[in-house]
Design a protein around this ligand. Structure first.
Ligand SMILES: *[C@@H]1O[C@H](CO)[C@@H](O)[C@H](O)[C@H]1NC(C)=O
Ligand SMILES: *[C@@H]1O[C@H](CO)[C@@H](O)[C@H](O)[C@H]1NC(C)=O
Length: 479
């Protein structure tokens, strides 16, 4: 494939060159059944085929918002609906689509299978079909669908704070951009830390915007496929049975893989080595090649590290609630038996240094002291998990209460409406001493309600009244 960006001149010449080669081949073979007219048709098609993909990137970003989740949006729980609605309500000119656990495979088969319009990549389809690790599938799927159709991808727990048309600053031409990403973690002083190092500098891939066919996305997919095959070979297991820890997910398919391939793509496009230094302490959106990198505040404000500011900043475009992240519990990461996970320091220097020092000196502690520290930590973990379970239960109760209240409220609304109708139908029959001071309005009232003579006949039961509500409206001469 001619995936990489070609210099402008070469880009212009290439189709003609290819056409010439084919032209020569055509005559060299001297097929007697084909006329020269058909040959020129062939050349036209070849030219068209080469020009279409090259030009397709010089256009606007598709007006589409993508999410992926277990279930379709009509069945989302309230919290997810609200986040999803932040995207649709803020971007009324955009379409919205969710790929689910029920329709994802069909999507991948359609677009990457051998059928019409498919890219004929059986390796991708087979990998997607065999994979069992949800988080890896989710990572792969976002790259695949953005490669095919482009638009904005956002994880289910990401809330829109600003309309998508503010993603690209006004001084940058949308034509020059193929991909919009944001810094997430910018803590390069930890670059050599054994645990934090690999994730200390990264772009996020839980929200990004792409034009269709951005080559870096397919390269990312190829990288993941190769990596997964390597893991399966090492574990001597089929793809569906491989077991991954947290760091493997991060580095294999997640933010670290994404970041590494983005930097490589930038190097490919610009011809220079691009390192994290270019994005450290970024104060303004930066375009490298056709990749636009937004500041950490844009997508990842409020983290308490990486100088990420807060969500009130005018630069904050989205808010990540991090509640879909059940996957870390399924992919264990290093946790010291007495001091826990260094990630809990949230990149606080003092905390990390203490953790490092504790971990280093732990083996030299007397066995009793080690046992005591481990017991203290176990107690802490137990309290923490009890607290989390209680919070989850409270959340579920709240959601149940809310649903119940919704039903009760709807019921009450019905009853109020009914009471009003009842009142209205009884009014003319009642004596009217209360409004003697409004004689001018009386004729108006009479034309709007039924003639008083009719009402005594009609003393309907509540059910009857409800059912005839429509009939009354239908027989109303004004309608
Ligand atoms: C990490 O290690 C490399 C090689 O030893 C060194 O050049 C670099 O300065 C170190 N970086 C940090 C942030 O300590
Ligand atoms: C995939 O995961 C499910 C549930 O975790 C499990 O029951 C199934 O055996 C797994 N499949 C393979 C091939 O390991």
């Amino acid at each position: 494939m001619l995936g990489g960006r070609l210099p402008k001149e070469l880009r212009r010449i290439l189709p003609i060159y290819v056409a010439c080669v084919l032209f020569v081949l055509f005559f060299a073979r001297a097929n007697p059944y084909k006329s020269p007219l058909e040959a020129s048709e062939v050349i036209k098609r070849v030219l068209a085929a080469y020009q279409t993909p090259l030009q397709s990137t010089r256009s606007a970003f598709p007006r589409k918002i993508w999410q992926t989740w277990k279930i379709d949006p009509l069945d989302f729980e309230t919290r997810d609906s609200e986040r999803a609605r932040s995207w649709t309500s803020m971007n009324p000119g955009y379409r919205y689509e969710v790929l689910t656990d029920s329709n994802d495979l069909h999507y991948v088969e359609t677009h990457f299978g051998p059928g019409p319009g498919g890219l004929n990549r059986p390796d991708i389809v087979n990998m997607y079909r065999s994979l069992n690790a949800t988080i890896i599938k989710a990572d792969l799927l976002r790259y695949l669908m953005m490669y095919i159709e482009g638009g904005v991808y956002a994880d289910i727990d990401v809330e829109a704070l600003k309309p998508v048309d503010q993603f690209i600053p006004s001084h940058i031409d949308e034509d020059d951009v193929d991909l919009v990403i944001s810094v997430e973690i910018d803590e390069p002083t930890y670059a050599n830390h054994t645990i934090l190092g690999p994730k200390s500098q990264s772009f996020c891939q839980w929200t990004f915007m792409s034009k269709p066919r951005a080559p870096v996305l397919l390269r990312l997919v190829d990288h993941i496929l190769g990596w997964l095959e390597g893991v399966a070979a090492k574990q001597q297991k089929p793809i569906g049975e491989i077991v991954l820890n947290f760091d493997e997910v991060i580095t294999g398919t997640g933010p670290s893989a994404f970041t590494g391939l983005i930097l490589a793509e930038m190097a490919r496009q610009t011809g220079n080595i691009v390192t994290w230094d270019s994005f450290h302490a970024l104060s303004d959106a930066k375009l490298v090649g056709n990749i636009l990198v937004l500041t950490v505040e844009s997508f990842a404000a409020g983290q308490g590290h990486s100088n990420s500011g807060n969500h009130d900043s005018p630069k904050a475009l989205v808010k990540h609630h991090y509640h879909a992240s059940l996957w870390p519990s399924r992919h264990p990461r290093y946790s010291h038996p007495a001091f826990g996970m260094v990630e809990e320091c949230n990149w606080n220097r003092e905390c990390v240094d203490t953790w490092d020092a504790n971990k280093a000196s732990f083996p030299s502690f007397p066995a009793e002291e080690q046992a005591r520290l481990i017991a203290v930590h176990d107690e802490f973990l137990k309290e923490k998990s009890d607290k989390e379970a209680a919070e989850r239960a409270a959340g579920e109760r709240q959601e149940a209460d809310r649903k119940q209240n919704e039903i009760l409220e709807a019921c009450a609304e019905q009853l109020r409406g009914f009471a009003k109708e009842q009142e209205a139908s009884q009014q003319p029959a009642q004596p009217e001493p209360a409004q003697p001071e409004q004689p001018a309005q009386e004729p108006v009232q009479q034309t709007e309600t039924q003639p008083p003579a009719e009402t005594p006949q009609k003393q309907p039961s509540p059910e009857y009244q409800l059912h005839t509500d429509d009939e009354i409206r239908h027989t109303d001469p004004k309608s």
